[in-house]
Design a protein around this ligand. Structure first.
Ligand code: ZN
Length: 241
C-alpha cells in the first residue's frame, strides 16, 4: 500500500507530468527492460523478448490541482486531505493504473507498457487524449492487445467506447474469467485506447475497472482490496489471452 500512497502524494496535473514520470522510472529502475520516450512525453516499456506481446496502458496525468496532500488509510479505503484536513482528490484516476502496471512489471516476464501524458480534457478548447493522439502506433505492431487500467469501480470492462467505437469483440475475455472475477463487458467513455482505436489501431483494446470512485472530485477514493482484485483479474487475462 505504501507505493500507492506515495503515488497519491505526487502532483500530476495535466501538462505537469514530469514528477510522476520520474517517480515511476525510479520505481522500476531495477527491472531490466527497454525504456522509450517520445516527443510529447509518453513513456513506453518493453520487458522480455517475444514474437508478440500483451500490452497494458494507463495515463500519467490527473485533473487535480497540486497541493500538499496527506493520505488517509481508513481500513480498506484510501483518500487524500489537504493541510486544512479538507478532502481533496488523490488522482486515483489514474495512479491506480500506474500502481498496477508497476506490480505487473515485477511479475510478468513479457510485457509492453504505454503510459500516456495529457489524457484528461483541460477545457472545451483543449481536448483530452493528446498523448495517445500523438504517439507512434508502430509501437503496437507486435502487441496482441492493450488492456488500459483506467476505469472507475470494480466490475467494468469497457468494450465499446465514446461514439460507439468498438474496442474489442464481446468474447475477447473468456466468460469464465469474467464470471470468476465479477466483471462484465460494458459501454463506456473516452480514454487513451479509445483514441488509438479512433486512429485506426487494429488490435483489441479495453478499459478495466481498478477500484477508484468519485474521480475528478474532492471525494475521490480507492478501495484497496478492489485494486488488488483488479490486479489479479488482469494477471489472469495476461496468462490466458
Ligand atoms: Zn483516467
Amino acid at each position: 500500500m505504501k507505493l500507492l500512497t506515495e503515488l497519491y502524494k505526487i502532483p500530476a496535473k495535466t501538462g505537469n507530468e514530469e514528477q510522476i514520470k520520474y517517480f515511476v522510472l525510479e520505481s522500476v529502475k531495477d527491472i531490466p527492460m527497454q525504456v522509450i520516450t517520445d516527443e510529447i512525453g509518453n513513456l513506453f516499456f518493453i520487458k522480455g523478448t517475444a514474437e508478440s506481446y500483451p500490452c497494458v496502458a494507463a495515463h500519467l496525468d490527473e485533473v487535480h490541482l497540486p497541493c500538499e496532500r496527506d493520505i488517509v488509510v481508513d481500513g480498506d479505503v484510501i483518500y487524500a486531505v489537504d493541510q486544512a484536513n479538507e478532502r481533496v482528490g488523490c488522482g486515483a484516476d489514474d495512479k491506480n493504473g500506474l500502481w498496477m502496471i508497476i506490480q505487473l512489471l515485477r511479475t510478468e516476464p513479457v510485457l509492453k507498457v504505454a503510459l500516456f501524458v495529457l489524457e484528461e480534457k483541460v477545457s472545451d478548447d483543449i481536448p483530452g487524449c493528446r498523448g495517445a493522439r500523438a504517439c507512434d502506433l508502430s509501437f503496437f505492431d507486435d502487441a496482441r492487445y492493450i488492456l488500459e487500467i483506467d476505469r472507475k469501480g470494480i466490475s467494468d470492462v469497457v468494450q465499446i467506447g465514446k461514439d460507439d467505437t468498438l474496442l474489442c469483440p464481446a468474447d475477447f475475455i473468456p466468460e469464465s474469467i469474467l464470471l470468476q472475477y465479477g466483471y462484465q463487458m460494458v459501454k463506456g467513455g473516452k480514454t487513451d485506447v479509445v483514441e488509438l482505436k479512433m486512429r485506426g489501431l487494429g488490435i483489441p483494446v479495453c478499459n478495466i475497472g481498478c477500484g477508484y470512485y468519485n474521480a475528478h472530485t474532492n471525494e475521490e477514493y480507492t478501495v484497496f482490496s478492489q485494486l488488488t482484485h483488479a490486479l489479479h483479474f488482469v494477471q489472469e487475462i495476461l496468462k490466458k489471452v
